[in-house]
Ligand binder design. Structure first.
Ligand code: FBP
Ligand code: MG
Ligand code: MG
Length: 338
């Protein structure tokens, strides 16, 4: 059976009655090409001199790895000249990156976490790239794009996706009509559609959370995990398994593949921050993908895609995955009045 490539899939989406715009199609192809380059650099590891840290910190005060910066540069360079974007924003840049005047400009905004799971780079564990596409709301030819133009609810994303650099390199994508997955054919250099209509089972027996933070959790999170740990002898009446890769991309990819719940909730280590993960280029794209696959995503109580961002690098609590489990966690928060 001859499988479709990413290009063929996107052209088909464009040809549908309420189809994908040509600009969005082309910019997704550019992002996918950039992910191929990042995947190539990841694969070279120590041979390519890409492991290890730099002396610099990003806007969040995190030490930058060489691959964080390289991946950011690859995405910026690939997307600057294509003519589909008005501006970009990234985990690794303090403010937005407007398309330079020497290039034609488009009507879309691209946000990315160029390299997700940075702590896993040097230990050769799966890492990834996450991206989100928004329409520039006030874009008028020639008018400068501002950071405020990016501050849109996740429900307004026109596309979102991630690449996971693991045993296989994969690209998982939604343009708002379900979720599909492509595997990189490394010999041919093309993204091949291997996972059509990805669906997350509604129930699960597997949870993902960093258990070392247990003493800092809020009571509803503690209650949920305690019940999972009690297993068949507790109120849940079934045993649960646990996984924590510490790359959101890889943890979410597992959930899209076989179900599960992923949690990075608020905790008392930094009580003033709503969570560790970033809303606009981690939680929003992942929530869009998860919802499109039949799952759910909340910050504890509220749907993540309904949150009106106040800042580009805003953080958020994240609970996503199998619908019935996410609903249970939200219920425990509601019962606790949180
Ligand atoms: O080390 P921790 O606290 O468990 O955090 C793991 C989380 O941090 C992250 O790595 C943050 O992403 P970055 O590597 O892009 O900063 C998530 O991918 C992951 O879920
Ligand atoms: Mg990340
Ligand atoms: Mg990152």
């Amino acid at each position: 059976m001859k499988r479709k490539t990413l290009t063929q899939y996107l052209v088909e989406q464009q040809r549908q009655a309420d189809g994908l715009g040509a600009e969005v199609r082309l910019l997704i192809e550019v992002v996918a090409r950039a992910c191929k380059s990042i995947g190539h650099a990841v694969g070279k590891g120590a041979l390519g001199g890409v492991l290890g840290s730099l002396d610099s910190e990003n806007v969040q005060g995190e030490v930058q790895k060489k691959l964080d910066v390289l991946s950011n540069e690859i995405l910026l360079e690939a997307n600057e000249w294509g003519g589909h974007l008005a501006a970009m924003a990234s985990e690794e840049m303090e403010t937005i990156h407007a398309i330079p005047n020497r290039y034609p400009k488009g009507e879309y905004l691209l946000l990315f976490d160029p390299l997700d799971g940075s702590s896993n780079i040097d230990v050769n564990v799966s890492i990834g790239t996450i991206f989100s596409v928004l329409k520039a709301p006030t874009h008028v030819a020639g008018a400068p794009v501002t950071e405020a133009d990016f501050l849109q609810e996740g429900s307004r994303q026109v596309a979102a996706g991630y690449a996971v650099y693991g045993p296989q390199t994969m690209l998982v994508l939604t343009v708002g009509k379900g979720v599909v997955g492509f595997t990189l054919d490394r010999e041919m250099g093309s993204w091949v559609l291997t996972h059509e209509n990805i669906r997350i089972p509604e129930d699960t027996r597997e949870f993902a959370i960093n258990m070392s933070n247990m003493r800092h959790w809020a009571p509803p999170v503690r209650r949920y995990i305690d019940e999972c740990l009690a297993g068949a002898t507790g109120t849940r009446g079934k045993d649960f398994n646990m996984r924590w890769i510490a790359s959101m991309v890889a943890d979410v990819h597992r959930i899209l593949t076989r179900g599960g719940i992923f949690m990075y909730p608020w905790d008392a280590r930094e009580p003033g921050k709503p969570g560790k993960l970033r809303l606009m280029y981690e939680a929003n794209p992942m929530s869009f993908i998860v919802e499109q696959a039949g799952g759910a995503a909340v910050d504890g109580v509220n749907r993540i895609l309904d949150i009106k961002p106040g800042q580009l690098h805003q953080r958020v609590g994240v609970v996503l995955g199998s619908r019935n489990e996410v609903e249970r966690v939200a219920q425990y928060h509601r019962e606790a009045g949180q």
